[in-house]
Design a protein around this ligand. Structure first.
Ligand code: ZN
Ligand code: ZN
Length: 363
């Protein structure tokens, strides 16, 4: 079928709107009519650094309505509201251990631009496009997904706001709730107040962290962090956050989250921990970025590691986040600004300039 998509003609170029051809769903595939798709930082990283051999269709925070399903699909039917998330194989060691976010085939199934059998879902003028991005390529009016990355959601919540639950928001909130399992009363510092960091702040409030310290260099975003539950805000251009965190908590924070992708922030996040605290790295940085720490910081039991997707299982965690939203305790829609597909380049620009925290393409 003919659909409209925002294509990246070649590496680093702005998006262009084009008519492209999407294959009919195979027996195990789901055709989804897009309603809203979030623009995530990793879309832009891939646009700018990924040397695809053909034009590509990105987009991996899609939400829409099931239009058609293959004959083997049983978990959703036409008319269902769905959110699309990352793809995984179900068969590797990590998938079998219930950790699909570390699927051995994560790269193959989310970034290589084709189905696993090597066939392309999208083409233009007879030439295959780099598609199947995160098993969806949702910067388009329609997307093909599978049961593994298609999560049915209730239809009494506006669908246009739900797409970012499939990546950025589950990454921030999942880090607090699934990976760290931060208990009530614990102390949390979050560096970088974009979608991921602010979602972590919201989740830290939900679980009852007693002290939530937000760190950024943008005063507007720090104000927003307070609205979402930060008990303290630090402008890292004006103070050394590590020293301030040690002072505020009296001992160092139990947890820190680096969501800025900045080596200086990462180091400060670790230095602000208490002697047995844990720092999680979420921020993406250019390949080759290095960070240094004093080795002695780690001999007392401090821990740091990087994780993916907030260690969230989308079929479990997306409905959980929607329930929290309905209760009014997880107001993630306040992060969003909406754009038509034709204005996707403006959405990206606004995000880079800090005007829009979570741009969402509304179809
Ligand atoms: Zn797997
Ligand atoms: Zn993402």
């Amino acid at each position: 079928m003919k659909i409209k998509a925002a294509i990246v003609p070649s590496q680093g170029e702005p998006f262009q709107i084009a008519e492209v051809e999407l294959e009919e769903p195979r027996v195990d595939e789901i055709l989804v009519r897009m309603v809203g798709t979030g623009v995530c930082h990793s879309d832009i990283v891939f646009r700018d650094v990924f040397p695809a051999s053909t034009s590509s269709v990105l987009g991996h925070e899609g939400a829409g309505i099931v239009e058609q399903v293959g004959k083997d699909v049983t978990s959703v039917k036409p008319g269902d509201h769905v959110v699309l998330s990352f793809n995984y194989c179900c068969h590797c060691n990590n998938c079998l251990k219930g950790r699909p976010y570390y699927c051995d085939k994560f790269m193959l199934m989310n970034y290589l631009g084709k189905r696993v059998d090597g066939s392309a879902t999208l083409s233009m003028d007879g030439t295959s496009l780099h598609g199947s991005f995160h098993g969806q390529s949702s910067f388009a009016t329609y997307a093909l997904a599978s049961e593994k990355n298609t999560v049915k959601v209730p239809d009494d919540v506006p669908l246009e706001i739900l797409g970012p639950l499939g990546c950025g928001i589950q990454t921030g909130a999942g880090t607090v709730m699934n990976a760290l399992k931060a208990p009530a009363g614990s102390t949390m510092a979050v560096f970088g107040m974009g979608t991921v960091g602010l979602s972590a702040v919201m989740a830290a409030k939900v679980v009852g962290c007693s002290t939530i310290i937000a760190v950024d260099i943008n005063p507007e975003r720090l104000k927003l962090a307070q609205v979402f539950g930060a008990t303290h805000v630090l402008d890292s251009r004006e103070v050394n956050p590590a020293i301030e965190i040690q002072g505020i908590t009296g001992y160092g924070s139990d947890y820190a989250i680096e969501a800025a992708g900045n080596p200086g922030a990462y180091r400060q996040a670790v230095e602000g921990l208490n002697p047995t605290g844990t720092c999680i790295l979420l921020g993406l940085s250019p390949l080759g970025t290095e960070v240094t720490f004093d080795m002695n910081l780690f001999v007392t039991g401090r821990t740091t590691k990087g994780i993916l997707e907030g260690e969230s299982i989308p079929h479990l965690f997306i409905p959980t986040m929607i329930n929290m939203y309905k209760k009014g305790i997880f107001p993630f829609d306040k992060l969003m600004k909406f754009y038509p597909l034709e204005e996707i380049n403006k959405a990206v620009e606004d995000s880079a300039r800090g005007i829009s925290i979570k741009p969402v393409i509304r179809f």
